[in-house]
Design a protein around this ligand. Structure first.
Ligand SMILES: Nc1ncnc2c1ncn2[C@@H]1O[C@H](COP(=O)(O)OP(=O)(O)O)[C@@H](O)[C@H]1O
Ligand SMILES: [Mg+2]
Length: 101
């Protein structure tokens, strides 16, 4: 993986981790390599926080419920090749990102 891609992945990961620490509890992070056929890294961020009621709103640039800049989620998505968010109000949030080499 190039240094640029590595930096992009780590930036995305730090934004997601910061959100989970700030907004949720019971955080687990799983890191693995892409299963087959390609080279890359998959990171799964899982929390047992409040969940996100309106994902489209949360993914929009500038939206924050915390007087933050509101760029963490949209930037993380932009910096990765794949970005999946699965969230359930009252249960938690799981975000899976993939960056290919
Ligand atoms: N893991 C999470 N659990 C619950 N809500 C979250 C989580 N991550 C993000 N959010 C919600 O999405 C909003 C946008 O997140 P983000 O783009 O990182 O902006 P910011 O961190 O500046 O608020 C947050 O303000 C919060 O309401
Ligand atoms: Mg954030």
């Amino acid at each position: 993986m190039t240094a640029l891609k590595e930096t992009q992945l780590l930036t995305a990961a730090s934004e997601l981790l910061a959100n989970m620490v700030l907004f949720a509890k019971g955080v687990h992070v799983f890191i693995s390599s892409v299963a087959e056929g390609a080279k890359g890294i998959v990171i799964v961020f899982e929390d047992r926080g409040p969940g996100i009621e309106n994902v489209a709103q949360a993914m929009a640039k500038g939206f924050s419920t915390n007087k933050g800049l509101g760029h963490g989620l949209p930037s993380a998505k932009q910096l990765c090749d794949e970005f999946y968010i699965n969230t359930s109000v009252g249960k938690g949030t799981t975000i899976t990102i993939t960056k290919y080499c």
